[in-house]
Design a protein around this ligand. Structure first.
Ligand SMILES: Cc1cc2nc3c(=O)[nH]c(=O)nc-3n(C[C@H](O)[C@H](O)[C@H](O)COP(=O)(O)O)c2cc1C
Length: 148
């Protein structure tokens, strides 16, 4: 099993979370990959795909949405997947991770975790204290979910 952490990030906060997740996916050779460098053909059944995006206006960024839309209807069949977003802690902040999870499922992926939010202090960050540790913990729960 190989793991890929695919992300988009304007100010670097989602990248920091993606890299913390990749570091904690021990033994999978996981890499954090920003959208332009991602090659969908490198994914195979049995692999783990983690996708993350900042919330932009209650949704994932157009860049990451386009990357997922480019998958064929059943291209992620056999791929295990999970999604996260970064957001500000507002009373009403919308959601991106659930939309990413739904999109992954529509392309045939098996969703192995509830969508996961991570919090930034303001639009440009920084991440709130403890969020990188939370990312590492979540990554280990993903490994557990795939039996590693
Ligand atoms: C155009 C724009 C729209 C945003 N909309 C939301 C939103 O609806 N809800 C929210 O919680 N945060 C929103 N944010 C804050 C982002 O979530 C925050 O900038 C992001 O987590 C930073 O991640 P990044 O450093 O990876 O870009 C918005 C930011 C921008 C720039």
């Amino acid at each position: 099993m190989k793991a890929v952490v695919l992300y988009d990030s304007a100010f670097g906060n989602t990248r920091h979370i993606a890299e913390a997740i990749a570091r904690s996916l021990d033994g999978t050779g996981a890499e954090a990959v920003q959208v332009p460098e991602f090659r969908p053909k490198d994914l195979h059944p049995g692999d783990l795909l983690v996708v993350g995006s900042p919330i932009n206006g209650w949704r994932p960024t157009p860049i990451i949405s386009a990357a997922l839309e480019a998958f064929g209807p059943d291209q992620l069949h056999g791929v295990k997947a999970a999604a996260f977003d970064t957001r500000v802690r507002l009373f009403v902040h919308g959601d991106a991770a659930k939309k990413l999870s739904d999109e992954l499922r529509q392309h045939g992926a098996e969703i192995i975790s509830a969508p996961q939010p991570f919090y930034v202090k303001g639009t440009e960050g920084p991440l709130l204290p403890g969020e990188l540790e939370k990312a590492a913990f979540w990554a280990r729960s993903l490994l557990h979910a795939v039996g590693r």
